[in-house]
Unconditional design. Structure first.
Lengths: 321, 321
């Protein structure tokens, strides 16, 4: 068992958080992570409330441990937030936008607020919002994010918001990454891509298999898939996905893509038939470290054991006085 | 004292390597790092042999400890390598290109070969060259480099080349970063930007002060400064520098810049008068962690002590069985 200020804050057995990946982190995966001792987060995505209500019911009925819901800050309004809070999550996780307008409503429900940020300025906003913990997300992570890399970002955020617990996200898929995060001053790690490749994750087996087979060099940050889907992300955010032919075709021509009904219909059709030469598979650079689809419990156990072993023997590097 | 396979291989007291920054890592800085217990490397840059001979004489006369020379692989030929080897360095460090054509000449001199790589494919080339150690350099580092981030790159390279010692580069400027690198499976860390901000580093005080004042969000990877200087770097490499007005002006117009005698003359003039709104200051994202210009000995001592303290107490995170 690894104890940090994060595990104490939330009552976890391991300092591991599930990245609330839209359409991947449903109630089953969130409950599996929570039942394994981490913090499961349902991916609220762009706020399709029927889907979300179903998944929130599922996680509530599947775990007695703390769990939460992740929302895309710029895409929510008061109604969506209230609907999420009505399911009594232990944690609301806000990413991609200013959390301050929503903080009071969340904290009034005795719900913990975790904010994910991509730079030091964002961390200071999260601190001002009264965040109970701050996830600092590096650019090597899968899906949407910013430009800063995890290794130098974590200590910079820790220095800026101490003593608020900081969690490292981006590039972590094994016990080595978790142990490294703790050395940087983080109190835990958030993992997305690694939990994508579990049996409990929603999402197609073909996509999971593409991640298992990919190398870290095969991912790119892009706006192409947002343009294809008609999502208007604010400046500064791109999404990291496995490189594919559709990305090559449209990179640098996102406005043409957004304006092309034909191209967008073709994209939707490819998503429907799970053609990943066109459809996106969000994934981070840590794909080098993912070799198979496993149960969530197996993933959490192995990462925790590996990190524990590394931390236990860390002092053997040091000799003399 | 921190002992790893790297310190044992090279006879170091701390697993720290100086990044061989062109025009910054001269003989004085290299000797200072070696005398402090790390490995000092003179930055051979683009192979101006008169400058290099002077700096190599300086490092040879200034330390009894192991030291080396760093070369840009694609810019050297046999004559330049032989001239470097004639100064009897303990280490030759090759980065940015295929090291295999040069490996035999280096190893015939009983000189250790360290190769710096930016991805797993490069690490496999370095292994094929017979590298004694491999530096895996993340995109968050200052100066020239590739696209992969340090945190997920290190364990991927370790897995690919084990048991060759791997060294982490990019984003490391304090003891937290060094300790994290060791947790990832690295045997040490290479630091550039942190050693730029020392009293022994060549380079202008104004540039050092810009780094001290900068935040990590203020750096960008670019080809603009290579175009301005007429250097033809191979595809895949860009340089990370502090963001400035010249970068804004020419980003996306590098070919026009390379073709403009007027613009390039103006750039040279700005370099001569140390106008950093135009001239480049290479720097990595770790600038958040650099708060003053200090002596090299003070930097090495603080990083080592901090890493030692973190490693000694790492096991306190783990409880139970």
């Amino acid at each position: 068992m690894i104890t940090t200020r994060l595990t104490e804050l939330l009552g976890l057995e391991q300092p591991l958080i599930l990245g609330p990946m839209a359409a991947v982190a449903g109630g089953r995966l969130a409950a599996a992570v929570s039942n394994a001792g981490g913090l499961g987060l349902v991916g609220g995505g762009y706020g399709r409330m029927d889907w979300l209500q179903r998944e929130l019911s599922l996680v509530r009925s599947s775990t007695q441990r703390p769990w939460g819901i992740g929302l895309i800050t710029w895409s929510i309004d008061r109604d969506k937030l209230d609907a999420a809070l009505a399911s009594n999550p232990d944690v609301v996780f806000l990413s991609f936008g200013d959390p301050r307008p929503h903080a009071a409503r969340i904290k009034a429900k005795s719900c913990k607020l975790i904010c994910q940020v991509q730079d030091v300025a964002g961390a200071l906003l999260a601190k001002a919002a009264g965040a109970d913990a701050i996830v600092a997300q590096g650019t090597e992570g899968g899906g949407h994010g910013g430009q800063r890399a995890t290794l130098p970002l974590i200590p910079a955020v820790v220095d800026a918001v101490d003593p608020i617990p900081v969690v490292a996200a981006g590039g972590i898929a094994d016990g080595r990454g978790l142990a490294a995060a703790l050395m940087l001053g983080a109190q835990g790690a958030l993992l997305g891509t690694r939990f994508y490749c579990t049996t409990e994750a929603l999402g197609d087996e073909g996509a999971k298999q593409r991640i298992v087979e990919a190398r870290g060099d095969h991912t790119r940050r892009t706006r192409v898939f947002d343009a294809a889907r008609g999502y208007h992300w604010p400046d500064g955010y791109t999404g990291r996905a496995l490189h594919n032919a559709f990305m090559d075709r449209w990179e640098g021509h996102e406005q043409d893509l957004a304006a092309s009904t034909v191209a967008r219909d073709a994209f939707r059709a490819a998503v429907a038939v799970r053609d990943y030469d066109t459809a996106m598979v969000w994934a981070g650079e840590c794909v080098d470290l993912i070799h198979s689809v496993e149960t969530t419990a197996a993933v959490v156990t192995r990462i925790s054991r590996e990190a524990e072993a590394i931390l236990r023997t860390a002092s053997t590097h040091v000799s003399g006085t």
